[in-house]
Design a binder for this molecule. Structure first.
Ligand code: ADP
Ligand code: G3P
Length: 498
């Protein structure tokens, strides 16, 4: 049948995944591997960039083998990645000078406080669409250059390269030949001017980051180079698409029209609304970000970033050991009809949108002698839905658009109880597609469009198929009451850490 498969590499926060798609957007094979989470201090999160690479290339080979195809049957590779996570490496050796600093890491909160104290937040907001927060790459690069012995001298001599994970993987896949990123990833660095579409000289100066470190910014659907046969299954395959995982999910959900939105429930939860060529400035704590660069222009999105979602379920599993597997959360939550007033606020790494409080910390509130494991498990699941409600309210206020239905995806959407509660608390239908691996699908689409596997975005829309629609069935008064309790609980968790 010729080369009609597309391989998506989905490098997430907790695992590296590779998925082979056919031209009908069907999943032919999946391989996945978790990798080490490194917590050197409270609030710090790192990954080993070499382990990211070895797990990613490992699952790529495994997925191709499982699909029963050969590397030469792959028309293109698309990359999608946990965003903001920062790698700095030596140009000559390819060796990272430090572990990757993960998006969740709070170590640069003091740098952000200084920038805010200097009154620079409005400048950053205006140019980058982002808030000054440790979440983004800019202050992480600065931290590496300021704290890793010898790093700044090498950077100033042009011997180091910076990249988010897309850049790191493309550089490795091409055998160290190509140093690029795409518009969507660049827009998460706090270094990129989303209006002028270039690295911002004033910001680079302020953060003391030499421009020589930075990758070339390219469209999200474009042939960046080919794989080095020595590293990728002996074949030269075009690497033809890249996008941050949340933007890729927006693309995979075929949210191509302004006003269309999706919410992805993974480690964190990220709601994005396509705003087309319009750049909305949020007045309600959301981010303005680039959705993708495609067909010679960029399109924008409004984003609500929630730092802890599925990770709270992992905490129930690994930290509290209340459940054995993530899906068990549904089983225990079902044992009670509601949380009886218990709220879990999973502000483990502060709070993102719409609060942006780096000093918030997790809290369980409303406990009584009658509170049980089931109540805590249920309250943890509910917290994903409440945080989503916070963000959707902000998005509707910013855009003036009332959502008719919310498209969802990501690991936690298999939880039916959560999806029903989500619909109940929003008062909006929740639509779960058959393919919930929309992040990988989006990356495959971007790559496939660049090499002609698919001809146009319109071709893709018909591939989106509904699995289940969850309709709101909660009484409005109950909804209001429950949400009021959540807002009270959030206030108690805020501004906690000194
Ligand atoms: N049935 C479930 N109920 C609740 N949470 C779940 C369920 N299945 C998976 N999860 C959560 O979903 C997350 C994994 O989703 P995934 O999309 O793979 O995340 P990521 O891309 O961020 O690594 C984990 O945090 C896990 O706790
Ligand atoms: O890896 P995920 O799916 O948790 O996504 C992480 C986000 O890209 C962080 O901004």
């Amino acid at each position: 049948m010729g080369k009609k498969y597309v391989l998506a590499l989905d490098q997430g926060t907790t695992s590296s995944r590779a998925i082979v798609f056919d031209q009908g957007s069907n999943i032919v094979a999946v391989a996945q591997k978790e990798f080490t989470q490194i917590y050197p201090k409270p609030g710090w999160v790192e990954h080993n960039a070499e382990e990211i690479w070895s797990t990613q290339i490992g699952v790529a080979a495994e997925a191709v083998a499982k699909a029963g195809i050969e590397a030469k049957d792959i028309a293109a590779i698309g990359i999608t990645n946990q965003r903001e996570t920062t790698v700095v490496w030596e140009k000559s050796t390819g060796k990272p000078v430090y572990n990757a600093i993960v998006w969740q890491c709070r170590r640069t909160a003091p740098i952000c406080d200084e920038l805010k104290a200097k009154g620079l937040a409005p400048m950053f907001r205006e140019k980058t669409g982002l808030v000054v927060d440790a979440y983004f790459s800019g202050t992480k690069v600065k931290w590496i250059l300021d704290n890793v012995p010898g790093a700044r001298e090498k950077a100033e001599k042009g011997e180091l390269l910076f990249g988010t994970i897309d850049t790191w993987l493309i550089w490795k896949l091409t055998g160290g030949k190509v140093h690029v990123t795409d518009y969507s990833n660049a827009s998460r660095t706090l270094l990129f001017n989303i209006r002028e579409l270039k690295w911002d000289a004033e910001i680079l100066k302020e953060l003391n980051v030499p421009a020589s470190l930075l990758p070339t910014v390219r469209p999200s659907s474009d042939v960046y180079g080919t794989t080095d046969p020595a590293v990728f299954l002996g074949a030269k395959i075009p690497i033809a698409g890249a996008a941050g995982d949340q933007q890729a999910a927006l693309f995979g959900q075929t949210c191509f029209q302004p006003g269309m939105a999706k919410n992805t429930y993974g480690t964190g939860c990220f709601m994005l609304m396509n705003t087309g060529d319009k750049l909305f400035e949020s007045k309600n704590g959301l981010l303005t970000t680039i959705a993708w660069g495609l067909n010679g222009k960029v399109e924008y999105a409004l984003e609500g970033s929630i730092f802890i979602a599925g990770a709270a379920v992992q905490w129930l599993r690994d930290g509290l050991k209340l459940i054995e597997t993530a899906p068990d959360s549904e089983y225990y939550a079902k044992k009670v009809k509601d949380t009886e007033g218990v709220y879990v606020v999973p502000a483990f790494v502060g709070l993102g949108a719409p609060y942006w409080d780096m000093k918030a910390r997790g809290a369980i509130l409303g406990l009584t002698r009658g509170s049980s494991k089931a109540h805590i498990v249920r309250a943890t699941l509910d917290s994903l839905a409440y945080q989503t409600k916070d963000v959707l309210s902000a998005m509707e206020a910013d855009s003036g658009i009332t959502l008719q239905a919310l498209k969802v995806d990501g690991g936690a959407v298999s939880n039916n109880l959560l999806m029903q509660f989500q619909s109940d608390i929003l008062g909006v239908p929740v639509d779960r597609p058959q393919v919930t691996e929309t992040t990988a699908l989006g990356a495959a689409y971007l790559a496939g469009l660049a090499v002609g596997v698919w001809q146009s975005k319109e071709d893709l829309v018909q591939n989106w198929k509904l699995d289940a629609r969850f309709e709101p069935s909660m009484n409005q008064d109950v909804r209001g009451q429950l949400y009021k309790g959540w807002q009270k609980a959030v206030k108690r968790a805020m501004d906690w850490e000194d």
